[in-house]
Design a protein around this ligand. Structure first.
Ligand SMILES: Nc1ncnc2c1ncn2[C@@H]1O[C@H](COP(=O)(O)OP(=O)(O)OP(=O)(O)O)[C@@H](O)[C@H]1O
Length: 309
């Protein structure tokens, strides 16, 4: 059976005046998949999301959500979307229950107010005024409102900003349950751990382009594992070993030189390093070895200098 694509973006470009905020991006999200859009500040994530949500017409390229143009066919598409913006405004004097009640009036066949509040763990706050909610609780109320219309596609723009780790994990669980129930989710986040935890696939944007995309394993593959240690005082940088062909880069940290290697496969490279240290009777201060992570890929992408794309 062919997988149906809930979201299709092909060569999307968006400009603000002379400035190109999105420079020709393409990706697809299958029904029931969670796709995370990561990127540096100003990379173009929100502009992309706003286009998919039908708030902006595509500058050029094509965008389809559930098979429709979300801008031109928004009457068809919008009722099937749940949207959690970066900042939603609530009326400060309304209670949580009243806020949900107001939104229900504008939502066709909405979920029950109690039901959505229970889903996001806010039933105990139903009678609290929204201005008294904490930042994390406000984000959960935002999520409750996005879920009212039983959306087939849910857009979450930095959903866990301001949440403590417990609330963040609780939110991840809610999102995982929605995905398990067949909801398609497009998420933006600055928390790489969140993408690692939730995303079936992800893309990293930088200056309007998708620099890398795939599953976490695909994105991280080939990035190289990392070994670092402080260069021992009686060793010249030129005398450091090349570990399976990898040459050390040196940074100065707290007045001491730190050697860093990017190697393919930790075990062999560590074996060589420890044997070298043993042969030279050296203690390797601050020795660290770790597998490549999404953070490595992100930081490398973010470090791509201007004019190199
Ligand atoms: N209305 C606008 N007018 C002019 N420039 C804009 C406008 N909205 C966004 N931009 C610019 O377009 C670029 C992309 O912005 P966008 O908000 O899409 O990025 P983002 O990836 O969501 O960033 P962040 O992670 O900081 O939220 C930025 O350089 C931003 O300054």
């Amino acid at each position: 059976m062919q997988t149906k694509q809930a979201i299709q973006v092909s060569e999307l470009r968006q400009r603000y005046g002379d400035f190109e905020a999105v420079g020709g991006i393409s990706f697809e999200v299958a029904e029931g998949e969670l796709f995370a859009l990561l990127g540096t500040n100003g990379a173009g994530k929100t502009t992309t999301l706003e286009t998919l949500e039908g708030f902006r017409e595509a500058g050029s390229g094509t965008v389809r959500v559930l098979g429709h143009d979300p801008y031109r066919d928004r009457r068809v598409v919008r009722p099937q979307l749940g949207i959690m913006l970066q900042e939603a405004g609530f009326f400060a004097d309304l209670t949580v229950a009243e806020t949900v009640g107001q939104w229900r009036r504008f939502t066709p066949s909405p979920r029950g107010g109690d039901e959505v509040l229970a889903m996001v763990g806010l039933r105990g706050k139903a009678e609290v005024r929204t201005r008294q909610l904490s930042g994390g609780q406000k984000r959960r109320l935002d999520l409750a409102l996005a879920l009212l219309g039983r959306p087939r596609v849910l857009f979450l723009d930095e959903p866990t900003t301001g949440m403590d780790p417990e609330a963040r994990h609780a939110t991840w669980k809610i999102v995982q349950e929605l995905v398990a129930g067949g909801t398609t989710v497009l998420l933006t986040t600055h928390y790489l751990e969140e993408a690692e935890h939730l995303a079936d696939r992800l893309a990293i944007m930088h200056r309007g382009r998708i620099e890398v995309a795939g599953t976490v394993a695909e994105v991280v593959a080939g990035q190289g594992d990392r070994i670092t240690f402080r260069v021992p005082e009686r060793v010249q940088v030129a005398d450091l070993p090349a570990l399976r062909g990898a040459v050390a880069d040196i940074v100065i940290d707290g007045g001491r030189a730190v050697a860093g290697y990017r190697v393919q496969g930790l075990q062999g490279a560590l074996y060589d390093l420890l044997r070298w240290a043993e042969d030279h009777r050296l203690e390797l201060d601050g020795l660290q070895a770790r597998s490549a992570s999404l953070e490595d890929v992100f930081l490398r992408t973010a470090a791509t200098p201007e004019g190199t794309r």
